[in-house]
Design a protein around this ligand. Sequence first.
Ligand code: NDP
Length: 239
Amino acid sequence: MKRVLITGGSRGIGAAIVRAFTEKGHRVAFLYHTNHAAATRVAAETGALPFSCDVSDPKALGAIWKDILFALGGAPEVLINNAGISDTRLSRDVDDATWRRLLDTNLSAAFYLSRMAQVPMIGEKWGRIVNVGSMWGKIGASMEVAYSTAKAGLRGLTMSLAKELGPSGITVNCVEPGVIDTDMNSCHDEATLAALAEETPLGRLGTPEDVAAAVLFLASSEAAFITGQCLGVDGGFAI
Ligand code: NDP
């Protein structure tokens, strides 16, 4: 049984990750932003402990950290940086505030939490950090410049932390989902989703459970010799 902290656990991929870890008997706390109803549902279903906090705000994370440790009964041994937001518009229309919000939420939050979580992990000489990137961070998405840039940054964060923290027994990896059937893609109409499924070599959209299985594996003892890797969970889309 490990103590696990998951960001963005109230919905979509994060909720599936919460389920995957609690089903294995781990003690799980998760962060979410404002959707209290969804967070309450996931907590009731899984027994995981919900905390409302804006992950893009380092002060808010610092303020809530002690409460998380108290609830978990110790520091997280596994950190899953999953919370994220997307934004679609031409690059020339991306204003400064949107650029910063996308970078802060999708990239800086993973850095802030990794910075906090690594200290007790180093003390224990064991830890797992898994970042949830995107295939768009690998191949770039038209009209998603801030999102793609943030997700590409997660690749650098993953590799750099893997080198720095490896000697302390901590692995750091990244999963890069393709098109997954969650609220994030509810902006697309059915025809667009069908076209995206057709463009995917495996011929379907991914499920949150597809991604959760990969995250669970990278956090497991079976993945002890894997670090600094970005694993595509995209049905072959980004080949
Ligand atoms: P959803 O929109 O379904 O859920 C997003 C989650 O992140 C929610 O739990 C939300 O909380 C939380 N969140 C958003 N902003 C903040 C914030 N500032 N502070 C705290 N929590 C926040 O997204 P998905 O499940 O689809 O995506 C999860 C991750 O997977 C993201 O990083 C995304 O970029 C990545 N991804 C998704 C893909 C897809 O096709 N769906 C493809 C590739 C990558 P609340 O419920 O309170 O709003």
